[in-house]
Design a binder for this molecule. Structure first.
Ligand SMILES: [Zn+2]
Ligand SMILES: [Zn+2]
Length: 250
């Protein structure tokens, strides 16, 4: 799936998927107010504003941003949200340093090999660059996302280390929805492969840990999985995790 999916897409009654350059963030209508999960690439900004406008809101109205992890493609709008709109930003303590320096991340294999081995990925990677992937500013986040401890809106962080050390997915029991971040994606920007999988070793710190973390995603038994990259997966968290286990990590 390399088709351009840019835009604002409703996912059920309470979630808008905001997609720019094969990278997703999600706007949630929770009982505690509007919450953003992940903050995409810098030039997703007009889409975020449009998504908020469709529900009569502006960025000032966001009550919280929760980050699954600190990679540049999930932190792109944080600088603007924090500095111009004073939105509180939260992440697991182990990824606070990465949010501050979103390009200093560990990965198992050299990134440059991937566009050569997987040329189908070049369009998606080029779209990420055009969306500001090389000009993300780091920012200070609160390192207070603790696995199991409920957050605003009733969201529950699920420890899913491996892609990064502090990666957390977010389970929303009320809706049966799991925001899996990059612990499990349905499109890998580094290979252009579609279907549930762990992200390529070009961007994953420890693939064997990431594969073990799939058990925690499956245990939520969420009916719908909304990943950091790729389309929604509607067959549930257990099937998503099972498919990802069967798929070799590139
Ligand atoms: Zn990532
Ligand atoms: Zn990502």
């Amino acid at each position: 799936m390399t088709t351009n999916d840019d835009g604002v897409h409703p996912v059920g009654p309470a979630v808008l998927r905001i997609t720019r350059a094969a990278t997703n963030c999600y706007l949630l209508d929770t009982a505690d107010g509007p919450v953003l999960i992940d903050a995409g690439l810098p030039r997703a900004w007009p889409l975020l504003v449009r998504a908020l406008e469709t529900v009569g809101l502006s960025p000032d109205d966001l009550v919280s941003v929760y980050l699954t992890h600190g990679h540049f493609d999930h932190v792109g709008m944080c600088d603007r949200l924090v500095r111009e709109h004073h939105v509180p930003l939260h992440v697991h303590d182990d990824d606070v340093a990465l949010v501050r320096h979103p390009y200093r991340y560990a990965h198992e294999r050299p990134r440059w090999r991937y566009p050569i081995r997987f040329p189908a990925a070049i369009p998606a990677l080029a779209r990420m660059t055009a969306a500001g992937a090389l000009s993300v500013h780091g920012v200070d986040a609160h390192g207070d996302v603790r696995p199991g401890a409920r957050l605003l809106g009733g969201l529950v962080p699920i420890a899913t280390p491996g892609h990064t050390r502090g990666h957390c997915a977010f389970f929303w029991p009320e809706q049966g929805v799991l925001f899996s971040g990059d612990a499990l994606v349905t499109f890998d920007p580094y290979t252009a492969a579609a279907g549930p999988r762990v992200v390529a070793r070009a961007a994953t710190a420890d693939a064997s840990t990431a594969l073990r973390a799939l058990d925690a995603l499956a245990a939520t038994r969420a009916r719908l999985v909304l990943p950091g990259h790729g389309r929604p997966f509607e067959e549930g968290a257990e099937a998503a995790a099972a498919a990802a286990r069967r798929t070799p990590v590139a």
